[in-house]
Write a protein that binds this ligand. Structure first.
Ligand SMILES: N[C@@H](CCC[C@H](N)C(=O)O)C(=O)O
Length: 308
């Protein structure tokens, strides 16, 4: 089967965007994995499938798959790319677009300068929402934080698959937990460039306390309006930026008393701006760039199989 695609990126988090407005492609997990593969396919952190509105109160639906083929609830950088895609292709002339994703309905606005703001919905703190099983753990105060919120001391079990040098990184790490519709664990670090993202990220992602795995963020607080962030994404590994990860990190920083309500997030792929007023029903606003890289078409191999 030959399919057309658009390759996009938002702060370096990259996407293959598929147009399913005229009919479903019905791709399997193996086919999503192949499209995301940087050696044999197109290459992407996530695949976005744009679909017609399922109800009159929204303009479109889009579905998100991680590079490992799993479907996910939400994607902040993907949401901005989605807007640029539907507007760039003339699929809508609205600047404010309502779209259904697995997490619910989100609203997106494109500014004159091309940056897109996404109303990501309110963060959720119930452990069951991630889900996270706290059995046997006692929450601890965050270092240098004056807020009442607590972090969870997660014991990382060395993974025999890791090199001995990386296993030494495995220890107890304090994490804040936030669901942005998808699950995030956020650790505070002194220097994000020296943070053990590649060694501890996979251990956090697959820790047994997270039944559906988790995205692992490593946040360096620079001052009350600036952080540096790296995220080891569930189902994709470390990406150049993670939109929901930026939202979760800033929300965690605000609740811990370390950050104010508007924060610039420096990632390896660019700058994102996050705003949150701090109330239980207040939406998190995510602003950042979104660009088309190229368009193309590709033959999906016939012999791709999902594991039995
Ligand atoms: N890159 C995304 C998040 C994509 C989903 C995530 N890996 C998950 O599994 O929850 C973003 O920009 O938010």
């Amino acid at each position: 089967m030959r399919i057309r695609f658009t390759k996009m990126q938002g702060a370096g988090n990259d996407f293959v965007v598929l147009d399913e407005l005229h009919g479903p492609l019905n791709l399997s997990a193996a086919q999503y994995r192949w499209l995301a593969d940087r050696h044999f396919g197109v290459g992407a952190d996530q695949i976005l499938s744009v679909r017609p509105a399922p109800s009159a109160d929204v303009d479109f639906e889009y579905v998100i798959h991680n590079a490992d083929g799993g479907e996910v609830e939400h994607c902040g950088n993907g949401a901005r790319c989605f807007v640029r895609h539907v507007r760039g292709r003339g699929l809508t002339d609205k600047r404010r677009i309502r779209v259904k994703v697995q997490r619910g309905v989100i609203e997106l606005t494109e500014a004159e300068d091309g940056r897109v703001t996404v109303d990501m919905g309110a963060p959720v703190f119930e452990l069951a929402a991630l889900p996270f099983d706290p059995t046997g753990l006692t929450p601890v105060p965050a270092p240098r934080a004056d807020g009442p919120w607590r972090m969870w001391p997660l014991r990382l079990t060395p993974n025999e698959a890791l090199a001995p040098a990386d296993q030494a990184q495995a220890a107890t790490i304090n994490i804040a937990l936030v669901s942005m519709g998808n699950p995030h664990a956020v650790a505070l670090v002194d220097d994000v460039e020296r943070a053990p993202v590649l060694s501890q990220g996979p251990l956090i992602e697959r820790h047994p306390a997270f039944a559906r795995r988790v995205n692992a963020g490593f946040m360096q607080v620079v001052d009350r309006a600036h952080i540096r962030l790296r995220v080891y994404e569930r189902g994709a590994g470390e990406t150049l930026a993670c939109g929901t990860g930026a939202c979760a990190a800033v929300v965690a920083g605000i609740r811990l008393g370390l950050l104010d309500g508007r924060v610039d997030v420096a990632t390896h792929g660019g700058r994102l701006t996050i705003e949150w007023a701090g109330g239980a029903t207040d939406s998190v606003l995510l602003t950042g760039p979104a660009e088309t890289v190229f368009e193309g078409s590709i033959d999906l191999p016939d012999d791709l199989r999902d594991p039995a």
